[in-house]
Design a protein around this ligand. Structure first.
Ligand SMILES: [Zn+2]
Length: 373
């Protein structure tokens, strides 16, 4: 386990590679942003928008939205460029009150919207199975988030889908091919947070095709025939969490007044009670938490020094999202101890070692005098 010398992420993070110079690919990729000709990229987006507007009689594009700061930013940008979007949300079973308010605010900006809910019975069973199999509670969520907007685009005959940031670019990618404008099946396989699975793969896990109907997107052949293009807005406009937060706030988006729900930011991961658990499993698997992700972005953008970030991590600690764990366990129909038992089976022993006193510890942790519990 090695740690980037510029940010606070380890090379155990999927797709993060630390070079011989000690710097990770996400930090290097961030450095290239300065060299990008953003004016040329903006012109490219204008062409994309013009084409969508002139070839359509109905909606020009689908925007997958959660109601978060990024989706508010996506909607603001698309309206600025004269697009008529149809916004689509996969409704999280753990949607928060603030998440609902932000989504209502986004719709009031002047867009048509579909709030797509999947049967909670199916969702709970699928989530539990994914948690047992991969230690990931977010496989159903990501499968739904990526499939439903494409299904809507296909069914409504809308040829353009506009995503927000390209996580392969922002968080590091071992392959240049995935850091561009296009979201396709290859990208999904690597960065879709579904452990490389599609709905098809879960038919072997006791689910029927009918139960999982909402998780299936259109086929590659359908996508090709419709000529649906899926692009990242973060390719055309410089994506930065603080910048998108600012634009969103100017358009009515609320941050959480109670402080960060998970990680370091009070304006991210606030629309769903269960997302914290997806992030928190990184502690077992890779030896870091959402805090490290958030702070690394702030370091790269010059908003905080690496030393100050480390001091914050030390102060906040591992920060287990206990109340969210209780809520998710109730949703899954299991108790808290069963939940923690499953989580424990995903502790990565290449990162963690048990000490003589019984506590688990990471020998190569970022912070030497960490209190292990
Ligand atoms: Zn780095």
């Amino acid at each position: 386990m090695r740690w980037c010398s510029q940010c606070v992420l380890p090379d155990t993070r999927p797709n993060l590679v630390i070079g011989e110079d000690g710097v990770c690919n996400a930090c290097k990729s961030h450095g290239t942003k300065r060299e990008i000709d953003w004016a040329a990229r903006e012109r490219q987006f204008r062409d994309v928008a013009d084409r969508a507007r002139t070839t359509n009689s109905g909606h020009d594009c689908v925007i997958p939205v959660s109601g978060g700061k990024d989706s508010t930013w996506q909607v603001v940008k698309c309206l600025e460029y004269g697009l008529t979007p149809l916004c689509v949300t996969w409704r999280p079973p753990g949607r928060t009150a603030i998440g609902q308010r932000n989504l209502d605010n986004l719709i009031r900006l002047g867009v048509d919207h579909i709030d797509y809910a999947i049967s909670p019975k199916t969702e709970a069973a699928f989530t539990l199975r994914a948690f047992e199999k991969f230690g990931s509670t977010a496989v159903p969520m990501h499968t739904a988030i990526f499939s439903i907007p494409l299904t809507i685009a296909h069914r409504f005959g809308i040829p353009l889908v506009i995503w927000g940031e390209n996580s392969a670019f922002e968080y590091g990618s071992a392959d240049e091919a995935h850091t561009g404008f296009k979201l396709d099946a290859e990208w999904l396989k690597h960065y879709g947070v579904t452990h490389g699975t599609t709905a098809e793969d879960w038919l072997d896990e006791g689910f029927t095709r009918k139960q999982l109907a909402s998780y299936f997107g259109p086929s590659a052949a359908d996508m090709g025939e419709d000529e649906i293009r899926a692009v990242f807005l973060g390719y055309y406009f410089e994506w930065d969490a603080e910048e998108t937060r600012k634009v969103a706030a100017e358009h009515g988006f609320e941050a959480d007044t109670g402080g960060a729900r998970t990680g370091y930011w009070d304006f991210a991961d606030i629309d769903d009670d269960f997302i914290s658990i997806h992030h928190w499993m990184k502690w077992y698997k890779f030896g870091f938490t959402r805090l490290f992700d958030n702070l690394s972005i702030d370091i790269r953008n010059g908003r905080i020094s690496r030393d100050d970030a480390i001091a914050i991590i030390q102060k906040i600690g591992e920060d287990r999202p206990d109340s969210d764990i209780d809520k998710l366990a109730t949703f899954l129909g299991i108790d808290r101890s069963r939940f923690l038992e499953i989580a424990e089976t995903f502790r990565n022993t290449e990162v963690w070692q048990r000490r003589p006193d019984g506590a688990w510890a990471m020998p190569n942790f970022l912070i030497e005098d960490w209190t292990w519990t």
